[in-house]
Design a protein around this ligand. Structure first.
Ligand code: GMT
Length: 375
């Protein structure tokens, strides 16, 4: 079968959309396709040499006549340049704006017929979609793409409700690399973090944006730790960090909350965790929940966006209302106190990753969409 030449554009810094885009590129490369990342910096998960993955950096020069550096134009120019030179078949962009709009401009600048695939990840719709100055551009990016996918059924529905594009949007779920995310036994990490054997470990991973409601994680943990010996691992950093630190102090949880900042090798942290809390008020998918589930960690999530499509309520974890600290903490205590329930939820978490979100199947789904466009 002919191998494809695919350009991928994403936000390369830490964030679920960049992670998914990079993992997709790596897995497509392993299947023999030629991948060209076109972005402002090297995607952070691109941590290994692949002979068929190329990286093209978008350089934005600052000229005194411009009030703002013209990133979008520079990106579109780079996309067109790479597409022409490398004879790309497809530009697969992650985020409607600016990436889909840039890809459409690049397509017009190209001397060859290049197809544009756009994947919506959430923030482009659930946050930017409320900004009237951007909705027409988002709609344009969606309608002019050749194929549009979204990472959950909920996001497809929200996109029609908020943007109402005249375009079919397919759901292609996120996935994780199961070779990386699995439970590792016998590490000394727990001891290194001074967590006692009888202490339950709760973990939260995010970019500490207000939408993640990290304060709810702290408030829930306060109730959990009053009921049993427990430690909370906080992984990540972001705008809410100062508020979170103050709350930890106010609730006298200093000795029980471990601030780890931004981390890689999360599978090691999940492997020592008993429960994950993802209590966001908006979440189109919740990739971090899937990462935890792949390591056998049951999750408590909120009933927003795509989270209930990832965590099956009462089976692989629990779904609670946003901000319902009492319910969240009671459910956490019940699963942490019940060995059989915890084992069952852990088993179903692993099963969900291996069946509904199996990486091979999802990568194949994207490949089929590419072939549908090219044939
Ligand atoms: O959640 C964030 O703040 C980062 C954001 C991103 O653009 O990377 O994540 C979005 O895309 C992820 C990958 O598809 C999803 O798992 C996250 O749920 C989604 N975040 C939101 O919808 C808030």
């Amino acid at each position: 079968m002919r191998k494809l030449k695919i350009g991928i554009t994403c936000y390369p810094t830490v964030g679920g959309s960049g992670v998914v885009a990079t993992e997709l590129g790596k897995m497509l490369a392993e299947k023999g396709h030629e991948i060209h990342f076109i972005s402002s910096s090297l995607p952070f998960r691109l941590n290994k040499m692949y002979h068929n993955i190329h990286y093209h950096q978008v350089e934005v020069n600052q000229y005194s006549v411009f009030q703002y550096p013209p990133y979008d134009i520079a990106l579109a120019s780079k996309m067109a340049e790479v597409a022409n030179r490398e004879k790309l078949d497809i530009l697969h962009v992650h985020y409607a704006i600016p990436h889909a709009v840039c890809a459409i401009l690049a397509k017009q600048m190209c001397s060859r017929d290049i197809k544009v695939v756009t994947t919506l990840h959430g923030t482009d719709i659930t946050v930017l979609g409320y900004d009237p100055s951007l909705t027409d551009a988002i709609k344009f990016g969606i309608e002019k793409s050749d194929i549009v996918t979204a990472v959950s059924l909920a996001l497809v529905k929200q996109t029609y409700e908020l943007i109402n594009p005249d375009k079919q949007i397919e759901t292609v779920y996120n996935f994780i690399d199961e070779r990386v995310y699995h439970k590792t036994e016998g590490t000394s990490l727990k001891a290194q973090l001074q967590i006692k054997e009888d202490e339950k470990v709760i973990i939260h991973v995010s970019n500490f944006r207000p939408v993640k409601r990290v304060s709810d994680v702290i408030k829930s943990f306060a109730k959990i730790s009053a009921a049993m010996p427990a430690k909370l691992l906080l992984v990540g950093d972001g705008p809410e960090m100062t508020i979170v630190c103050k709350l930890v102090k106010q609730l006298s949880l200093e000795g029980k909350v471990i601030f780890l900042g931004k981390q890689e090798n999360l599978e090691e942290l999940y492997s020592i965790s008993d429960l994950k809390l993802l209590l966001s008020e908006k979440e189109s998918f919740g990739l971090v929940a899937l990462e935890a589930m792949a390591c056998g960690v049951p999750c408590i999530g909120t009933n927003v966006g795509g989270v209930p499509e990832v965590i099956q309520d009462g089976v692989s974890g629990y779904i609670c209302r946003v901000g319902d600290i009492e319910d969240i903490s009671q459910k956490a205590i019940s699963v942490l106190n019940d060995f059989d329930l915890h084992r069952s939820m852990s088993f179903h978490s692993l099963e969900t990753v291996k069946t509904k979100f199996k990486a091979d199947q999802i990568v194949e789904q994207y490949e089929q969409l590419y072939w549908k466009l090219l044939n």
